[in-house]
Each structure stands twice: as C-alpha cells, then as structure tokens.
Design a protein. Sequence first.
Lengths: 399, 343
Amino acid sequence: MFGLNKKDASLLLIVAGLVAFAPFLLNPFPEGSAMAQFNAGYPDLMQRFVIFGIFAIGFNILFGLTGYLSFGHAAFLGVGSYAAVWMFKLLSMNVLPAIVLAVITAGAFALIIGYVSLRRSGIYFSILTLAFAQMSFALAYSVLTPITGGETGLQLALDDPRILESASASEGNIPVPGLFGLEMRDSFEMVMGSWVFTFNFGYYFCAVIMLIAFYLSIRIFRSPFGMMLRAIKSNQQRLNYTGVNPRPYTLAAFVISGMYAGLAGGLMASMDPLAGAERMFWTASGEVVLMTILGGVGTLIGPVLGAGMIKYMENIISKINSDILHGWFAFLPDGLEDLVVTMIYPFIGKGWHLTLGIVFMLVVIFLPGGLVEGGQKLANLFGRKKADNPKSASTEPAE
Amino acid sequence: MDAIILQILNGLDKGSAYALIALGLTLIFGTLGVVNFAHGALFMIGAFCAVTLSRLLSLSHEVAIPGQVDFLGNPATRDVPYVFDIFGEALGSSIIDWAVPLSILFAIPIMILVGVIMERGLIKHFYKRPHADQILVTFGLAIVLQEIIKYYYGANPIPTPAPEAFTGSFDFGALIGFEPNTIIYPYWRLVYFAFAAIIIGAVFAFLQFTTFGMVVRAGMADRETVGLLGINIDKRFTIMFGLAAAVAGLAGVMYTPINSPNYHMGMDFLVLSFVVVVVGGMGSLPGAVLAGFLLGILESFASMREVIDIIPGINQVIIYLVAIVILLTRPRGLMGRKGVMED
C-alpha cells in the first residue's frame, strides 16, 4: 500500500487508527469521576500530541538516521511559528498559506545553518547548532522586535492588513485561523452516558498532516537516501574512502528535519495564533531531544510515543496537587498517609520536571533504545513472537 | 583609554567564572573523556552551598529583652543567632557577615563528595558508551539536580551579600594615574578575579609539580600504558573529577554576591561554558582559561553603548558569533590538541 511493505503499511494503519480514535482512547474515564483528571482527550492537549509528534519525527530523521545530535532544533520551530503568524497578519486567516510559508522559511533557515554547522561533526556540531539557536533566540528577543514582537511575542491585531479578507475584519473581533470557512477551534461534543468526547477540527487537521508526515518519514527510512544516512551514522570515514561525499546527504537530512520543525511551528501558530521567542530557547531544543530518546531513537514510531508521553506527563502530572494525593492515600493510616504524600509530593505538580529528568536518565541508562526497546523486551519476556508486536515491527537497529 | 580599561575590568569577573567552569569541564574531558553536561549544575550547587551556610549561620532563637514589654504586655523578645551564643556578639556578627567566603571551606568537601559520588555512581558506566549518550545522561542529571534545588530553595533568586568590607566600589582609575571617578570598580569583582586566578594557578601547579599531577597528566596522554605500569589510574581520575567539581563549586560560591543564585543559573552558564571550551579547544586546559577570559572581555566590550549603537544586539550574540567563526576557521579551537574529539 502506498509503496510500503506489509509491516510498514500495518504500522501506518495502526497509527492512523489510534490518531483517528484518540478522542475516545484518551478519555477512558467518565466525566466527574475521580480519575477524570487523567483524561487527555481535550483538544488543546491532543493538538499538542500530534504537533510535537511531527517535531520529533523530523528530529529523528536527523538524529536517528545520521547520528548528528542537534541541540538547536527549536529555532526552526520558532521561525516556522513567526512565519505563520506573519501570514495570518498580512494575507489571510486561512492556515494553508501560513503552513506552506512556515515550512519554506524554516527550510531556508535550516539550509543556511546546516551548511555552516555540518562542516563539523560530533560535539562540535551540537555546540554549533546550539550557538545558532541561542543567537536566534537572543536576536528575536531583542533587536528583531519589530518582526518578532520581542518579549510579548507576535500577536494578531485588529488593524492587520489581511489583504485577502479585509471585509471580515471589520466586525471588531480578531478573526481566528481556519480552513476555507471551517474554524480551527470548531468542536463537536458527543455525550455518551457520563462520558463526554470532544472532536475538534483543529486536532483532526493536525492529525491528517501528522499522518502525511509520518508516511513521508517511513518512505525516507526505507529509501536508498535513508540507507545512505544510516551509512553516515555507522562509519563516515569509510564512506569517504569509497568516494562518496556525505555532506549533501547530511545537509538534505538537516533541511528536511528543519522543515518538519517548521511545519510543527506553523501548526502551533495555526492552533493558537501567537508566537514567542521562548519557543526557540535551548530548553525547547532539549525537549525534542528528550522526546526522541525517550520514545526510541532511530525507530519509526518511537518519537511519536516519546512526544505523547512527555506532553501527557507535562499536562497531567503537573495538575496533581497534594489534596489529590491525600485523596488517593486516604485508606492508609494517618501517619503513613502523610509520609507517603510527603515522599511523592516533590515529583508531582510543579515538580514534574524532576520526574521527567529521572525517567529520562533511567531510559538512557537502562534502555538506550527507548520505550520501543522496552516494548520489545516485554514482548520477548512473555514469549511472543517479535512480529506480533507492532512496535518491534518498526524497529531498526540503532547502530 | 579609560573606557577600554573599564570594559576589560568588567569582563574579568564573568570571564573568571567562564574560565573556572571551562577548566573543570576540560579537566573531566581530558581525564575521563566524558562530556559533562551536568557541570553547570555543580556550579549551581556550589552557589547554594553558600546560601545554605549563610542560612545555617543566621539560625537564631528568641531571647527576652529584660525590662521591656511589647504593646500586649508580654516580655519583648529579639532574635539572637546561635553563633552569638558560641562566639560572642562581635565575633558572631562578623562570622555571619563573612558567610560567603567561609562557605569556601564548607563547599570544598561537599563538592568533592558530590563529584566522587557522581563519577562512581553514574558516569563510570558511560565511559564505553558514545559521546551522545554521555551528553544525554548528564543532561538528565542536570535537570534532576536543578529540580531538587528548586524544590528545596524555591524558584526565586536568593540574595547573598558579600562581606561588609567588600560591598563598596573603589576608584581604580585614580590608582593607576587616570582622572578620579573615571574607572569605578566594585571590590568584590576584584576579589572574584583574584580568587579565580589563585584557583587556576593552584590547579595548574598541582598538575605540573606534584607526583599525583604527573601521573594524571601521563594518564591523560595514554591511559592504557599508565594502567599497565601498575598505577591505579581510575582512582586518580575519580579524584580529578571530584577536584573539577570543587573548582566549579567554588566558582559558584564566590559568584553569589555578584548574581543572586537561582536554580537555573547552572544551565545559563553551562551553555556558554561549553562554547568557551570548544573555542579554547577540547582537552586543552590553558585554552579553556584563555578562551574564558577572552570571551568574558569580548562580551563586556560588545555591551558598550558605542558598539551597540553601531551593531544593535551584538552584546547578545557576540560569544556565539565568535564561537562559530573560530570553529569554522580553526576547527580544533584556539589551543586544541591534535587527535582530541576528531570524529
């Protein structure tokens, strides 16, 4: 199907199914129950799942295939966001031109940075990309304020030109991004007994784009080009000796992954039309590294899993507070309850970064292949054949 | 002329901090071959050692003031630090005043301990793994350490003043024959620079003139041979890791009066220190120190009003710009050795 072999096609179908039914799957607990706070099926969070999924898929094309660890990938996401918001300001609130421009701008930006950074490899490459990203951040924050909005960020305003739809702007409300009349925030709520499922147009729009991006990444992984990138990762010197110049390939991978980041940035701006410099800060670049590693670097599905997990943790764990904890452990004797709550408290709420850091360290130490490798090990443990596990079907050896 | 001297002086304190952190990073990299992204966190832990000690010293209990009552008729009380009880009021108050310099003594054992635990407990297992894995695991560790500090000390910066004697500024210009009041420089920054110079000198002397240092240098050049000669080089490298942690920690302790410590100060410095190390040349100790001071001074020149007027925003990006230019023109950095980290 679509030029994929059977395993990949079934993987794509499984992902498509999961994404399509996400509003059901992520809302397993009835509304109003004690577990309802673990529901992740609200539009805002689901959008973030797929958008960061795209970002991580793109990062994985660079890091997973070529082994070049970029510590400045968030710069492309930021550039994409700015480009998209400018398109909303100048042209129209239709998301298509915004996203196209976001991808093109991020790609051009990646071409320049990649051309310079890829002259070096290893840690030098990481530092160079980091330096470029920090420079972009510093400039966006200070000197480029007319373009980027500086500290407040780039926002829509009533008096923006919007040359394609100047008539509709006269209503007095700032218009919202949409696709040919359908607004991104349009939602449809389905009530089934005590369950409430929200179907959001913006989410499904992002989801379709994510599936396309995922499909493209499978094709890249399986193509001769992908093979060449893997050869660069395993032994660049030998590749040189056989007379192949690896630079064009790494540069192409860098630009493609920058365009993925720009796409994610454009989508982010389409869901919520503002862009700020903090999206380019190096911690944001670190986050996508965390996602990719956590899920499983060099695997197809890993980055998506990692992005989903980190965003889920960020939103759900950070919402738990000590009252909720007390509620959970109320069955314990008083002193013990307090002790347990005190022990868990640093890891929840505002401390979710601590949990993230610990989980991440454990993954790097014990599971260098990420969640995907964990899934495989579990599958082997229970004696099932490898091919039965959809996760293992996608795995490539990381080396 | 006086403006130039002022900028050089202004660059010295930041440059000292860069140089100290970069020195520790290079020590770790040169001995153990590990890229330590948690080094900034060690700098931060050092700063919080100073915060902790100054809090410990000002722990106090209430004492009734004889013959006075407050407006409710209860005996009036005042807080008396425990230090006063032990050392008397005069000595006690000067101990509290000198909390930051005293923290040096407090921080050295703690930092060495933290460093040794880190090396034995975590980093030991990563020698054989690729550099990317080392970067990632130490990055994770940095997040964890930072969040622990944030949990116990809160997210806001904690002001930790320098001793009373060093709080003011002095007229450096008059001292070297310029017009008075042209070059005003805070005492503490000079102290910081002198302190950094002493530490850097001590580290170099230690490596150059002691048997231990000789063995470590030999191990840096060829670890395997030194091991084959029957020397326990791993143990010495562990101690070097502790030492590097102590250098970073001391840099943090003394930096507290310049910048109130907060939980993310380590990360802020780490990014720049890595740039410094790469500019100086991976694995070169003099390179790290030189690049640290150089970039600190360059940064201070770039923040001059005259320069910003010509090239706006240059003060924000100068360090990165220099790093990019140097990496592209001199791939090994300023003083990088051949064969280090060239993959």
